[in-house]
Write a protein that binds this ligand. Sequence first.
Ligand SMILES: [Zn+2]
Length: 409
Amino acid sequence: MTTPSELLITARWVLRGPRGLRLPHGGVLLRDSVVAAVGPAAEVAAMAGPAATRLVYPHGTVLPGFVDGHVHLSLDGGEDPVDALLRSGPAALEAGVAERARLLLSTGVTTVRDLGDRADAAVRLRDEISAGALPGPRILAASAPLTPPGGHCWFLGGEVSGDQEILAKVRRNAAAGADVIKVMASGGYITAGGAEMRESQFDERQLGLIVAEAGRFGLPVAAHAHGIASIVAAANAGVRTVEHCLWLDEDDRVTRPEKHVRALAEQGIAACCTVSGHDWRRKVETEGEAAARAFYGRIGWMHERGVPLIVGTDAGIHAAVFDDFVGTLELYEWLGFSAEAIVELATAESARLLGIGDRTGQLTPGYRADLVVVDGDPLTDLSALRAVRLVVANGRSRAPAGLPPEAGR
Ligand SMILES: [Zn+2]
């Protein structure tokens, strides 16, 4: 019989995930890959065995690992990610997805949802990470997103035409091990020659077919949707999440249709309004404060009306890098969300909405050992989340380069 490996972390603050649960001078005991105890430091320390590794952060905060609900590990986040993808062979793609997963992990992200890869690269990486062969966050992978021929992100390999191909692609992705089915319900801006962002690519009946077929495999559906018509059709069809959710009208204006947002809230359909740290800051600088508030203010508007929100960076698309998760959280701060609400959104709430809230997103006994330690107190200064000292994902710990953990016994 092997003795379990124990890691005891004590810190000035422990944030448990859901808001209101902040412990001063707290401790977290990890036993193998599971949270064994959380509480006052002395109490938790008394539960640790003599062989436990002990890490002490007198000025630090322990909190659950972050959840990034929308990334594309197959894309490099550079000047022209689509071109780079189309030029890269299988080996380069495999090396690229592994490196990007490592970057995400270094910033404290311990779960990601990959909403569209190529050649099942993220699906395979998921299995390697969960087997412990490579470092990285837990991955929920969609495989290739369904799109019409030549439609948004056709180059990821998910083109379908007609009901039979739609059903076959859902079955194919399920068989390949997808955790979620992604459909491009509207056009998007990164695909030259495809549908306009506001235009629907599938009608409500087709989206319903996708939801029903995915349901046979127990899989939720995530719908990329910018236009009002595509968002409404996706919601009526019963998708689990709406990605981007711009509410574009026929004239390409970002709108706030009260009737439709209420329907989303009543059905409990979550919105993942992706934005990168680079993008929102650039919008403020180039278009001005008022224009940026009109655009991003829809996020707070949806939140106030009861639409559940998932945090997502869209890392992989142009200028959306893999090591700036906090840059996205800072948008929420700029929008007026409290630091406590932001931490909850980025951990417990996003995990819950992705269907894994029973195993990650909280520091609770029995949960997976997914956590991050930062210097300082993020509830008084959100930028403390940038000072990552230690990340533990599924029980495997790593200190970001150049920042050795403070060890003490
Ligand atoms: Zn995306």
